[in-house]
Design a protein around this ligand. Structure first.
Ligand code: S3P
Length: 454
């Protein structure tokens, strides 16, 4: 019955986004791209484990991050939100300050939430259960369960017939955490972060080795909060020798999310003669690589007012409309653009030549199977795209269907938003089904689109 109710609520909640072919502003400036999702999750987690108070500004008030807030409140951390000022205040209770919670913890749609938080729950002296929405119940968890079990954790989940992985809900039993040396089988910041968080609960150092570098917000924040962490190339060593403490006396400002900005960066590239500026965007090199890729494809993008304040680098991004040509994406760039690949495919649709994305098997286990959903997205525009096990190749400027374009988001926020960008760039009417998911990461997306119309 609970399952049935959940499904019914899911269907009732389904929404549509309908855009009419419209002209966009040539000169435009956007200063309210919301805060970085990855950093916002980590702000709550490390703020809770610190032994003092932290105040973060430009916190992402989206469903994913609000689920993380609620979870730490349920674990007895005093957290207050000021939604108007986008500020969150966390009264950290120290590494051992979390308290038992009887109810099942709910991450909503957030893979980052469930993986990162499980790393901490694994080390608690009380049991917990954690799960999320329909999509979360299909996300593979063996990637964290195996290494966390090597550290002494005890986690059980659900087996699904015909599949070899383990899925939420995860039941986490009280355990003592030991240090580990572990080489990640895939470059995943979520897995790396889960293990780094667990390593905070052992006095002996753990070493985690990444096969390819991937986003490093956890390492940056741990360093700033005084953790015993050492980074040597792709090897990260961390222990719980030090207490965590927020060193900033003032409010910490979270940069705006590069992955959200990416939709407008691609759109601006595709508008002839445009001159757009996106303000205060996070440009951590493990995140901003789409800019280098687009420049290689012929885009005119300049970073202005570069600065590093409160841990992470940010800049204003100036984009001028340009003719693009497709390229083959280098293997080592894939982890740095993993969330931007659907919107990169939209850029590829309007560029000359063939866009080749390989070594990106991780796309299959995102909010949707993003190789399949990106293929369906491109085909909805009449584009020609071939699917590989680990990516796709797409012939740009292939035949484009007349309006209206109809897209199913498959509950994936980035597919829904990429569809909107494709329609705006090609001045087509579009109907995108099931767009409620956009709220998980980018609550003001529709408003920012309206502001960009002539
Ligand atoms: C994230 C890591 C990435 C990314 C996700 C956010 C994070 O996942 O796709 O949206 O905040 O650590 P993987 O590291 O598992 O690829």
């Amino acid at each position: 019955l609970a399952m049935l109710l959940k499904t019914m609520i899911h269907f009732l909640a389904m929404t549509q986004l309908i855009l009419k072919a419209s002209k966009l502003k040539n000169t435009h400036s956007i200063s309210n791209i919301p805060g970085d999702k990855s950093i916002s999750h980590r702000a709550i987690i490390l703020g809770s484990l610190a032994n003092n108070t932290s105040i973060f500004q430009n916190f992402l008030m989206s469903e994913d991050c609000l689920h993380t807030v609620k979870i730490f409140q349920q674990l007895s951390i005093p957290i207050t939100l000021n939604k108007e000022n986008k500020t969150v205040t966390i009264q950290g209770q120290g590494l051992y300050g979390l308290k038992p919670c009887e109810t099942q913890l709910d991450v909503g749609n957030s893979g980052t939430g469930i993986r990162l938080i499980t790393g901490i729950l694994a080390a608690q002296s009380f049991p917990t259960t954690i799960s999320g929405d329909h999509s979360i119940e299909k996300r593979p968890m063996k990637r964290i369960i195996t290494p966390l079990s090597n550290m002494g954790a005890s986690i059980t989940g659900i087996s699904i017939e015909g599949k070899t992985d383990i899925y939420p809900p995860l039941h986490i039993h009280p355990s003592k955490i030991n240090a580990v040396n572990y080489t990640l089988p895939v470059a995943s910041a979520q897995v790396k972060s889960a293990l780094l968080f667990a390593s905070l609960f052992s006095k002996n150092p753990s070493t985690i080795i990444e096969p390819e570098s991937c986003r490093n917000h956890t390492e940056i924040m741990l360093q700033n909060f005084g953790a015993d962490i050492h980074i040597a190339g792709k090897s990260i060593t961390c222990s719980g020798k030090n207490e965590l403490s927020n060193p900033y006396k003032k409010t910490i400002t979270i940069p705006s999310d590069f992955s959200s900005a990416a939709f407008f960066i691609v759109l601006a590239c595709l508008i002839p003669n445009s001159n757009w500026t996106l303000k205060h965007i996070g440009i951590n090199p493990t995140r901003g690589t789409l800019i280098d890729i687009l420049i290689q494809m012929g885009a005119t993008i300049t970073l202005k007012n570069k600065n590093t304040q409160d841990m992470e680098p940010f800049a204003d991004i100036e984009i001028k409309g340009s003719e693009l040509h497709n390229i083959e994406i280098p293997k080592e760039s894939i982890p740095f653009i993993i969330d931007e690949i659907p919107v990169l495919a939209i850029a590829g649709l309007f560029a000359k030549g063939t866009l080749i994305v390989k070594n990106a098997k991780e796309l299959r286990v995102k909010e949707s199977d993003r190789i399949k959903t990106t293929k369906a997205l491109i085909e909805a525009f009449g584009g020609s795209i071939k699917e590989y096990e680990d990516g796709f190749s797409l012939i740009g400027q292939s035949s484009i269907l007349p309006s209206p374009v109809i897209i199913q988001s498959q509950g994936d926020h980035r597919i829904a938003m990429s569809g909107a960008i494709g329609a705006l760039a090609s001045q087509r009417d579009i109907t995108i089904h099931n767009t409620d998911c956009i709220k998980t990461s980018f609550p003001n997306f529709e408003n920012l689109i309206k502001d960009a119309l002539l």
